[in-house]
Design a protein around this ligand. Structure first.
Ligand code: GDP
Length: 300
């Protein structure tokens, strides 16, 4: 993944040095841990996450599992892999469906994070899995958002519930509620609610998102975060966690060439799992997130 290209190269270089050693001395371990620490920080992984990560890796690398290993260097790489999987959330977490349809999925995140695009991607993915989603246009902030949702909806072959044209700006909370009602009436088994974001964290936007959450009682609230926003990712994620208490994370724009490490910190900092990854502008550039596969890609 482009976003982690540089991090991958740096870690590969570190492990190459390590592999030239037989038994590992404490100073070999410390040197390696120091290089890993620098590589993670340079990739924008948050300091707290890096500290915790490197101290666990160091402790394990100095312990018996490495000391007794046939190939100590390989064992350290394995430890780094396992700890990377852990900060990415451990086990894969699948989307949760309601026992009684419709399952309500609300999207939240800053403007430009990729919510509307994700709504289309998720709808298409769910159709492939045999679901009958309805998209709901509750982003009434951005003039073109409703139209954009209609475009991705038609690309995905999924209907869109939107306020009637000419109905003025409308009330996003009412649209969301009516959308869920519409899904129930028309027997859609999943509702995906697109909501408004702002360029930065904003009290009014957060209140609106919280009100939509209250009014629709979603089974999932997915926080969409642009992997390219760098160090702001952690503060933004914390603000949304406090504001809307999201249940899962979607990393978007993992195809970009900026450093994506901050986004890697989000699961660890919020304790919420990453459920999907978005890797491009097309509706098929999307995949369920697997912590172990992501860790392997980074360490490849
Ligand atoms: P919203 O404001 O959160 O609804 O964000 P949009 O869905 O409108 O996305 C903002 C911009 O990012 C659009 O130009 C999208 O085409 C683009 N975009 C969304 N997801 C991705 C992605 O995974 N990769 C890339 N490269 N662009 C994306």
């Amino acid at each position: 993944m482009a976003t982690f290209g540089n991090l991958s190269d740096r870690l590969a270089e570190t492990f190459k040095h390590l592999r030239t050693k037989g038994k590992l001395s404490a100073s070999d371990v410390d040197g390696t841990v120091r290089e890993i620490r620098r590589a993670l920080l340079d990739a924008d992984v948050s300091l707290d996450v890096v500290k915790q990560f490197t101290s666990t890796v160091r402790e394990r690398a100095l312990g018996d599992e490495v000391n007794k290993a046939l190939n100590p260097a390989q064992q350290v790489v394995q430890i780094v892999n396992e700890e990377l999987v852990a900060i990415l959330g451990g086990q894969q977490r699948r989307l949760q469906f309601a026992k009684t349809a419709p399952t309500v999925i609300m999207l939240a995140g800053l403007q430009g994070a990729g919510k509307t695009t994700l709504a289309g991607k998720l709808a298409k993915h769910l159709v492939k899995e045999g679901h009958t989603p309805l998209l709901v246009a509750s982003d009434l902030q951005r003039p073109n958002a409703v139209n954009q949702l209609q475009v991705v909806g038609s690309q995905a072959g999924v209907p869109v519930y939107a306020p009637e044209p000419g109905n003025g700006v409308g009330d996003p909370v009412k649209v969301a509620k009516d959308g869920v009602e519409q899904a129930r009436r028309a027997q859609h088994d999943v509702v995906i609610i697109d909501t408004a974001g702002r360029l930065g964290v904003d009290a009014e936007m957060m209140k609106q998102a919280a009100n939509i959450r209250k009014a629709t009682n979603p089974d999932e609230v997915l926080f969409v975060i642009d992997a390219m926003i760098g160090q702001d990712a952690v503060a933004t994620a914390k603000a949304f966690q406090e504001g809307v208490d999201f249940t899962g994370v979607v990393l978007s724009k993992l195809d970009g060439d900026a450093r994506g490490g901050a986004a890697l910190s989000v699961a660890s900092v919020t304790g919420r799992p990453i459920i999907f990854a978005s890797t491009g502008e097309g509706l098929d550039d999307f995949e369920p997130f697997h912590p172990d596969r992501m860790a392997s890609r980074i360490l490849d």
